[in-house]
Design a protein around this ligand. Structure first.
Ligand code: OXD
Ligand code: MN
Length: 596
């Protein structure tokens, strides 16, 4: 039975029913009873496997199709009416053509299946930041995952009332045909259609599709920002807490930073880090002219491999109950899961992510490199008590980061807002030997949003510049780079928990408690102002981290920056004439500053 009388919602569902022809329609009310029944059903069909109730209470295992293990950027489209509005970082498809194509693919595809209607909210339901969505799907995996990642059920419909401001998400597994897989965003219609996939990033429509692609467009029109950012709070021994957001390209340790455990010397003094969000921040200007951030999600959809007690104890502990594991190793003997990097004891007689018998001694990986956990944020030992605050948390700083072997120093601070936007716009990662392809190739990933900006990248930059004019009490903007290498390829900075030492300097800057030197690229710390107390890090055999090494990663290599300026100019040329003049000016300033 429908859970609402909202005409727009009912019309949307009716239309989907007419297209996909399900046998049955089930509205998701958000009750545990209903979710338990769906888990039980998924276990009878083999879609999910119940894990060991004692070791992993309330946890389930799921395998995706072998051809369906990651987001598909090449098959993701922004369907604006005008091609020129989608910009050079997105694929474009004309909306009517896209709807027709997806409709043909979905036609009759739910015959013999149940259609689930999921009312969901991005952001705490009562918050002014929150936005409603309806996701239609024929996948129980999607329903139960959405119930972890978002707020679902009756409360969302109650808040929506007769309103029409909701995102219309239509997902169908269809045949899981990767040749006909499409992730279609219609920002001008508040709509998302996703077909032929069952992989989280493509089908949990609240996440990348809504909370970033659609929401970034909504934010531009409504005067707020949807960003690919973690949110964390740093608590001082006196109990005061300062909040920062951080944007990092993938494989830069974003989840680790969001859940960082400070070094022992800080813990002993009473410092703590609190997680508000690990992936997405919705940011608005508060009545006091400061920026406030809300995590629109309710769970973590994290990469499993590499997550261990050592690398991220808090993330691992978040997955110990009421979580779903996808494409990791499954041990049918005791109903547990495992992945590379969890510990040094892979199970014997277990099954790999494809469901095949797996022998760890043969060297083949058991978990897919993009295997995931879907875990409730409330499980996280360091979850902030303000993580569901409807007003969000006030931001002291915005941190951009990248993976650069040489050019970018450990940390530097923007001169002002526009310079900070410039720093975000030129964010980049260099490919490492671990990834396929050439080593050291710079990939520009502005604000870590390249695959997630739901409109023209030039207009997105302009929105950042325009927001700066409205924020009377601006956060400071910083860039960090944990990944400086020596000539032999060793990491010069210890990273992980020791990144707290840099966070401390950042907060001190925000509070005006520490000086900095002005350099060609912005403000940089005096080496003595980064606290190295208790730091014991071997860069490699015979080479220890010390103040001299720190000084070496706090310098500006003008030659490297000259080359970078050329590469930025190339990137900016692709943005075209919608590049804000403020950013073009910043590039000119950089060129001048690093000229001979
Ligand atoms: C993610 C991503 O899964 O950024 O969070 O790809
Ligand atoms: Mn992400």
């Amino acid at each position: 039975m429908a859970l609402t009388t909202n005409k727009a919602v009912l019309e949307f569902v009716d239309k989907a029913v007419k297209i996909a022809c399900p046998d049955k329609v089930l509205w998701i009310d958000g009750s545990q009873e209903q979710l338990d029944a769906l888990y039980a059903e998924a276990c009878t069909t083999g879609e999910m496997i119940k894990l060991n109730e004692e070791k992993l209470p309330g946890c389930y295992y799921h395998r995706s199709a072998l051809n369906d293990v990651a987001r598909v950027e090449g098959r993701t489209f922004i369907c604006t009416r005008e091609e020129k509005d989608c910009g050079p970082t997105n694929n474009w498809m004309e909306p009517q053509k896209a709807y027709k194509m997806a409709e043909d693919i979905l036609a009759g595809s739910m015959k013999g299946r149940t259609m689930y209607v999921i009312p969901f909210s991005m952001g705490p339901v009562a918050s002014n930041f929150a936005k409603a969505g309806i996701e239609i799907t024929d996948s129980i995996y999607v329903v139960v995952s959405m119930a972890i990642m978002t707020r679902v059920g009756q409360a969302v419909l109650d808040k929506l009332g007769d309103g029409t401001d909701f995102v219309r998400g239509f997902h169908g597994k269809c045949e899981l045909d990767d040749e006909k897989r499409y992730i279609l965003q219609f920002p001008e219609d508040n709509a998302i259609w996703s077909v032929n996939s069952g992989y989280g990033g493509n089908v949990l429509l609240g996440k990348k599709c809504f909370a970033l692609r659609i929401a970034s467009f909504q934010g531009k029109n409504e005067g707020w920002m949807a960003e690919h950012m973690l949110i964390l709070g740093i608590e001082y021994p006196d109990g005061s807490i300062k909040y920062v957001t951080g944007a990092f390209p993938s494989a830069c340790g974003k989840t680790n930073l969001a859940m960082l455990i400070p070094p022992k010397s800080y813990l002993e003094k009473g410092y703590k880090v609190w997680t508000v969000g690990d992936d997405i921040a919705w940011i608005r200007i508060g009545a006091d002219g400061r920026l406030y951030a809300v995590n629109p999600e309710k769970g973590f959809f994290g990469v499993a491999p590499g997550t261990s007690v050592k690398s991220n104890k808090n993330a691992l502990e978040s997955t110990r109950k009421n979580s779903i594991f996808t494409n990791v190793v499954y041990n049918p003997n005791d109903g547990t899961v495992w992945w590379e990097g969890m510990d040094k004891n892979p199970p014997t007689n277990a099954l790999n992510w494809k469901g095949e018998p797996w022998d760890p001694s043969k060297g083949e990986k058991g978990a897919h490199p993009n295997s995931r956990f879907t875990a409730p944020a409330e499980n996280c030992p360091c979850i902030s008590k303000f993580w569901e605050d409807p007003d969000g948390v006030p931001l002291s700083a915005i941190i951009f980061g990248g993976r650069r072997a040489k050019t970018a120093p450990l940390v530097y601070q923007a001169r002002d807002w526009d310079h900070g936007v410039f720093i975000g716009s030129i964010m980049a990662s260099e490919t490492t030997a671990a990834a396929a392809g050439a080593v050291g190739v710079v990939r520009r990933d502005p604000m870590a949003m390249r695959p997630f900006i739901g409109y023209h990248v030039g207009d997105y930059f302009q929105h950042w510049i325009d927001m700066g004019k409205k924020i009377t009490n601006k956060p400071l903007i910083f860039n960090v780079n944990w990944f400086r290498l020596d000539e032999e390829g060793h990491f010069l900075w210890p990273g992980f928990g020791d990144n707290f030492r840099v966070l401390e300097w950042i907060i001190k800057r925000c509070e005006g408690k520490v000086d900095a030197r002005e350099t060609e690229i912005g403000y940089m710390p005096y080496a003595e102002d980064i606290n190295l107390e208790g730091l014991d890090y071997n860069i490699c055999e015979g080479k220890k981290f010390d103040k001299t090494v720190l000084e070496s990663i706090l310098t500006v290599d003008k030659e490297a920056w000259r080359q970078d300026a050329d590469s930025i100019a190339e990137f900016y040329a692709t943005v075209g004439d919608r590049l804000p003049k403020e950013l073009a000016n910043e590039l000119e300033t950089l060129k001048k500053n690093v000229a001979q």
